[in-house]
Design a binder for this molecule. Structure first.
Ligand SMILES: *Cc1c(COP(=O)(O)O)cnc(C)c1O
Length: 429
C-alpha cells in the first residue's frame, strides 16, 4: 500500500515512511492510494471473530507487507487489551464506550498502535524520531502513555496553558523518561500551528527526524476505524440501520468511521457532533469552508477551529459536496446545551456522560431517527476526566478509577514556552 499527499498526488510513500514523516514534505496529509472493501463474509461472520482478528483483517491492507503478520497481530493484541462495550441507555440509543484504556480516552488505541509501529520500524535503531504533538486535551496523555519507554522515540507535547483539565494535565506532565511537556501561553490552534511550522523548518529537520502523533499521522488515524466494527459486531443482531454520532474536533475519528464504511460496514448515517467550534456545520449549510480561531468550551478536546482531517473526509467523497451530505450531517451545541444533556441523561437513565459524549448524544437527538434506526454515540472520554464540570452539573460525586488515581498526586513537570522561537530553541538544544 502506498500513500500520497493530498497536496500532490504524484508524491507517494510507503506506510512506514508515512508514519515516520507524519506530514508530507509539501505539508499535505497522507492518504491511502486505494481502499479495497472487505469480503461480504467478513461482515456476515463478524460476531464469530475476536477483536484482534477483526482489527487485523481491517488494517492489513493499510500496513501492507511492512510489518509481518505475526508482529502485526502481536501489536494489535497488545493495543486492544481492553473492552469497547456498547451500552444501551434508551430505546434504540446506545453509547459506545471508548474509554477503557490506560488514559481513559479513545485516543489510547491510535496512540498505542502508532507507538508500537514506530518501535517496530526503529528496532535496529535506524529510525530515531522525535514525536512532536499538539494537544487540546486528551491526545497528550494518550500519546505520553502510549510512547512511554519506547526505544528510539522522544516525545515532545505542546498544550495550551490553563485550557486542559487538571487530570489531563497530570497525565501528560508527570511521566518523565522520554516524554517532555511544553506548556504554551496560547490556545490549541497556536500549539498546532507551531507544530506545523516546526515540521517545515529545515534548520530543525536537518537535526532531528520529526513526526506527528496527531490524527494527521496515518498510524494514529486509521486504527480508529476498529471502533465502528466493534460496535457493529455488538448490535448487528438487532437488524436495524445504524447511525453513529461522533463528537468531533479534528475529525479524525469520524473520518476513520467513514473509512470503515468504505470497507463495507453498513452505516446509514454519520453525524459529526461539535461544540461551538462549528466550521464543518457551517460548511454543510453554505458549502464554504471558512475556518475560525477556536473558542474555549467545556468539551475542550474539540476546541478546534480548523479541523485537519476534514480534507480527508472530502476526499473520501471524491470532493463531491452532495455525496458527502447524503451520508454525513453535522450539528453544533453550546456549553449550556451540553450541561442540560448531561443532566437529562443522568436524571432519566442514571448514565453519566462526559461533555464530549453529551454532545454526541445531542447530535443523535437532533437527527430525527427512523423507528428502524439504532443510534450510537461515541463516549470518547471517561467522565472522571472532566471531574469538576461533571460533578457540578449532575450534582453527584464520582469514584476515581485506578488509572487516574495513579497520576493525580504526581508532580507536574512542564517547560513554559510563549513563541515559535522558544520551541525551536528547545528542539535544537
Ligand atoms: C480528541 C477528542 C475528540 C475529538 O476527536 P477527533 O478525532 O479530533 O475529532 C472528542 N472527544 C474527546 C474526549 C477527545 O479526546
Amino acid at each position: 500500500m502506498q500513500y500520497y499527499s493530498l497536496n500532490n498526488n504524484a508524491h507517494k510513500v510507503t506506510f512506514s515512511e508515512a508514519v515516520i514523516k507524519g506530514l508530507a514534505p509539501d505539508r499535505g496529509l497522507y492518504f491511502p492510494e486505494s481502499i479495497t472493501p472487505l469480503p461480504k463474509s467478513f461482515f456476515e461472520n463478524i460476531e464469530t471473530l475476536d477483536n484482534v482478528e477483526i482489527a487485523y483483517q481491517a488494517i492489513q491492507q493499510f500496513v501492507g507487507n511492512e510489518i509481518p503478520e505475526t508482529e502485526l497481530r502481536d501489536i494489535l493484541a497488545d493495543v486492544l487489551s481492553f473492552d469497547f462495550p456498547v451500552i444501551e441507555i434508551e430505546d434504540n440509543i446506545a453509547t459506545l464506550e471508548l474509554f477503557h484504556g490506560p488514559t481513559m480516552a479513545f485516543k489510547d488505541v491510535g496512540a498505542r498502535f502508532m507507538a508500537r509501529c514506530l518501535g517496530y520500524f526503529n528496532k535496529n535503531n535506524e529510525n530515531q524520531v522525535t514525536v512532536l504533538v499538539a494537544t487540546s486535551g486528551d491526545t497528550g496523555g494518550a500519546v505520553a502513555n502510549g510512547f512511554l519507554g519506547v526505544k528510539g522515540v522522544d516525545v515532545v507535547i505542546l498544550y495550551p496553558s490553563g485550557k486542559v483539565s487538571n487530570i489531563q494535565e497530570k497525565q501528560l506532565t508527570t511521566l518523565g523518561q522520554n516524554i517532555t511537556a511544553l506548556e504554551v501561553d496560547g490556545v490549541f490552534d497556536d500549539c498546532q500551528d507551531m507544530v506545523k511550522t516546526a515540521f517545515l523548518d529545515t534548520s530543525i529537520t536537518e537535526h532531528r527526524q520529526l513526526t506527528s502523533a496527531n490524527s494527521i499521522n496515518v498510524a494514529r488515524w486509521i486504527p480508529q476505524l476498529f471502533y465502528f466494527l466493534f460496535a457493529y459486531k455488538q448490535v448487528k443482531s438487532k437488524g436495524k440501520d445504524i447511525v453513529f454520532s461522533v463528537p468531533s474536533g479534528n475529525f479524525g475519528n469520524i473520518c476513520a468511521g467513514i473509512v470503515a464504511h468504505k470497507l463495507g460496514l453498513p452505516v446509514k448515517q454519520f453525524i459529526a457532533s461539535t461544540n461551538i467550534n462549528d466550521t464543518v456545520v457551517r460548511y454543510l449549510k453554505t458549502s464554504k469552508y471558512e475556518p475560525k480561531p477556536s473558542k474555549a468550551t467545556i468539551s475542550n478536546a474539540m476546541d478546534v477551529g480548523n479541523p485537519s482531517n476534514f480534507i480527508r473526509i472530502q476526499n473520501l467523497f471524491n470532493n463531491n459536496f452532495e455525496n458527502l451530505k447524503d451520508l454525513f450531517s453535522a450539528y453544533s451545541f453550546d456549553d449550556y446545551q451540553t450541561k442540560q444533556a448531561m443532566k437529562t441523561v443522568f436524571n432519566n437513565t442514571g448514565y453519566i456522560t462526559d461533555p464530549h459524549g453529551a454532545i454526541g448524544y445531542l447530535g443523535l437527538k437532533e437527527q430525527i431517527l427512523d423507528t428502524n434506526d439504532y443510534g450510537i454515540f461515541l463516549e470518547t472520554a471517561h467522565p472522571v476526566k472532566f471531574l469538576d464540570v461533571v460533578e457540578e452539573t449532575i450534582e453527584t460525586t464520582m469514584d476515581i478509577p485506578s488509572q487516574i488515581q495513579k497520576v493525580i498526586n504526581k508532580e507536574k513537570k512542564s517547560i513554559k514556552i510563549n513563541s515559535y522561537k522558544t520551541l525551536k530553541e528547545f528542539l535544537l538544544k
